[in-house]
Design a protein around this ligand. Sequence first.
Ligand SMILES: [Zn+2]
Length: 168
Amino acid sequence: MTVEANMVVTLNYKLSNHKTGEKIEETTAENPMVFLFGVGGIIPEFEDNIQGKKVGDTFDFAIVSESAYGEKSAEQIVKIPTSVFNDESGKFNEEHIFVGAMVPMSDNEGNHLRGTVLAVTDEHVEMDFNHPLAGTDLNFKGEIVEIRPATQEEIDHGHVHGLHGHQH
Ligand SMILES: [Zn+2]
């Protein structure tokens, strides 16, 4: 079996910053990455690089930032009135809102976003809503661990069921 559409692929990888070599994240044997190939849940170029591989095959490739999480955009850095972060009594939420904090927020349409606090002044909290990996060239190095055909139900749902998959 090879990595292709409608296959459930289990793999381990180490993700590093391609320019600096700094490790960003790494899967483990107990907690590998398991996904349904070809449904668009992950970076397309990642799939391109492992398509056709077999169990035991290794990979080591880079994806430039434009093809991964994009460039950092100045439009994603916004100033929010400090009062938005006040509690009912009008006291600023300094426990959770401080420089460097990652804060879960939602936009006008109810989409969940995470922002990183860049600065706090009396008037504004400046937040960066860029993806944490925006502007970063990625390097993936790893090995294909398992390949199996997806069940019809998994194909219908567009995701993997069972261990490491959706539990429902
Ligand atoms: Zn499902």
